[in-house]
Design a protein around this ligand. Structure first.
Ligand code: F6R
Length: 264
């Protein structure tokens, strides 16, 4: 696990975009796992900019979103479908046929979840999964106590998560109670993880996920078991970390070339 601490939200977004763009340039048919929420918005903005200004090409990319509320139609203002199309998907040259977001309106949720897992497998598995983290340590909608081996399924949202999301709905009663979410086992099968967090409200969750014991009470702590995970946080989200961490991808991963004559 490589933990990278950046100054602020914009720097976190830029670093995450740099990593993702590099992976995409190396593999044009990348299978990308995407997250919603306020955290990755800056990353999406930056990717849109790279697409417009540098021609970053998404035409062969396949995407799988982590989750969707049960009971919200795709065109509902607060659905994750709408969020993704408004904030990212429609601003780059993604082929809509390659976009996958769980459908919260299906009648047979169990069959839909099974189908979703099969689509991920048929695409060859997820190459890079973008993740946010809940203040309670959730990843996707795997709330505290979720099975660490779980697959895509329906989950009941905790009161804390519903409270966190209440700001987007007119009344608390309108906040959905259930969501379809990739499981922790599903997420762990992605070849690479990119977890982003910013702000003081995430400091405890980041501490627990990165430096705490591995436990179902903190679903995000499972990233400690992943072979290739990057955690990019700002100073505020890193404020409860006690270990020594790097400040850039290069610092953490650069294989330095041997010094030439006269260099030191
Ligand atoms: C969203 C998701 C959630 C969020 C988390 C943080 O697809 O999977 O786990 O990543 O709730 O949300 P924000 O970024 O809004 O703080």
């Amino acid at each position: 696990m490589l933990v990278i601490i950046k100054e602020d939200y914009d720097a976190v977004s830029a670093e995450a975009a740099r990593l993702l763009a590099e992976r995409l340039r190396n593999k044009p048919n990348l299978v990308l796992g995407l997250a919603t929420g306020s955290t990755p918005l800056g990353l999406y903005r930056e990717l849109i900019r790279c697409h417009r200004e540098q021609g970053l090409d998404f035409s062969k990319v396949t995407t799988f979103n982590l989750d969707e509320y049960v009971g919200l139609p795709p065109d509902h203002e607060q659905s994750y479908h709408r969020f993704m199309w408004d904030n990212f998907l429609s601003h780059v040259n993604l082929d809509p046929r390659y976009v996958h977001i769980p459908n919260g309106m299906v009648r047979d949720i169990a069959a839909h979840c099974k189908w979703y897992e099969e689509r991920i497998r048929a695409a060859g598995g997820i190459d890079l999964q973008v993740l946010g983290i809940g203040a309670n340590g959730h990843i996707a909608f795997n709330e505290p106590g979720s099975s660490l081996g779980s697959r895509t399924r329906v989950k009941t949202l905790t009161r804390t998560t519903r409270d966190d999301n209440a700001r987007f709905f007119a009344t608390f009663d309108e906040v959905p109670r259930y969501a379809i979410t990739m499981g922790i086992g599903t997420i762990m099968e992605a070849r690479e993880l990119l977890l982003l967090a910013t702000g003081e409200s995430k400091a405890q969750a980041i501490h627990d996920a990165v430096e705490g014991p591995l436990m179902a009470r903190v679903p995000a702590s499972m990233i400690q078991m992943h072979g290739l995970a990057h955690v990019i946080v700002d100073r505020a989200a890193a404020s409860r970390l006690t270990g020594e961490y790097v400040s850039s991808l290069e610092e953490g991963t650069l294989v330095r070339r041997p010094l030439g004559p006269g260099e030191r």
